[in-house]
Design a protein around this ligand. Sequence first.
Ligand SMILES: NC(=O)c1ccc[n+]([C@@H]2O[C@H](COP(=O)([O-])OP(=O)(O)OC[C@H]3O[C@@H](n4cnc5c(N)ncnc54)[C@H](O)[C@@H]3O)[C@@H](O)[C@H]2O)c1
Length: 346
Amino acid sequence: MGKIKIGIVGCGKISERASLPNLVNYQDKCEVVCLCDIIKDKADALAQKFSLKGVDILTDWRQLAARKDIDAVFVNTPNYLHEEIAVGAMNNKKHVLVEKPIAISVAAADNMVEAAKKNKVFIMVEQTQRFDPVHQAAKKVLESGVLGRIHNIRGRIGHAGPEYWSEGKPGWYYEKEKSGGGCMVDIGVHIADLVRYFKAKKVTEVFATIGTLEKKIPVDDNATVLLKFEDGTKGEFECSWTTRPYEVLTYCYGEKGKMTTSIGGNQPILVTYAKAGANQDPNHTLKGEIPEIAAGNGWENAVHYFIDCITKGEEPFVSGEEGRETIKVIAAAYESNKTGKWIQIK
Ligand SMILES: NC(=O)c1ccc[n+]([C@@H]2O[C@H](COP(=O)([O-])OP(=O)(O)OC[C@H]3O[C@@H](n4cnc5c(N)ncnc54)[C@H](O)[C@@H]3O)[C@@H](O)[C@H]2O)c1
């Protein structure tokens, strides 16, 4: 297969900071053919910034989706448009890389999963935390079994809010009908997905307390969510738009030891476990190890992985189904916050 031909819909921050740099640095494998934004100047500006000579600029995503010379579409628009554009692209037999969250409702995610199946194309959800080298190293530790069965798993993600990402203009992030919600939908979706990925079991029940504590905004800025997994594992995650500076933390506690990861902190990853054969008081004899962390970053790894999947014809592991399971957790958490009850997830 030759170079994978890409069209991008939505030429805002994520295209500028994540998609285009990591497509341009992968030029032997892919080529950006077309950029689309309802604000033409934004597409023009990115074409210029990344020296995309000969790239076509469109303002209607339907024209981009219909083009014969495109293999895959990046859906980088505000959340409420993900479903319509992704389904439209897949109905034109394009593979799709859709930004997180997959969609703003479980029903929308269902339609996206269905469209991928019907059209025999791939949809990958850009849950970039899974691709961070620290989290990839952590996943290897969990899969190696040195910690034994994980009984408790916890995660936290926080930053100062989308106004700092979007140069002082939070725009659609604070409009519920466009975003689907506040910090829960924006970054809760990252940590819920990461915790699910680490545990590799279905979340079956959720209890949440979600609120707006500091910002004068119509959506949530802080949340704490309790999780039950299908095998009984106890879990929890927190997300916050009032945390300075940015951090992503996880804690996994197993039969034989524990692991902590920290992005934004001092020690990116630390694994503490009993060496085989040790039969002494584990409070004093466990060994700490720092696994090797590969180079790169989550955004780069995710974009390159998606291109490689299409080249090889292999379904991405962050499939539409995976994105849907994560948005189910978020939707159940909102429901729990409203009702004050544990909510079951089918
Ligand atoms: N994976 C990550 O780490 C990460 C980080 C930030 C944002 N995101 C996600 O990326 C997506 C985009 O966020 P952003 O911060 O880049 O937003 P943004 O507002 O900076 O950019 C969105 C762009 O979409 C354009 N747009 C709106 N409607 C359109 C339409 N109908 N057709 C074509 N273009 C249209 C807007 O004009 C704008 O340029 C969101 O889903 C967000 O959750 C992911």
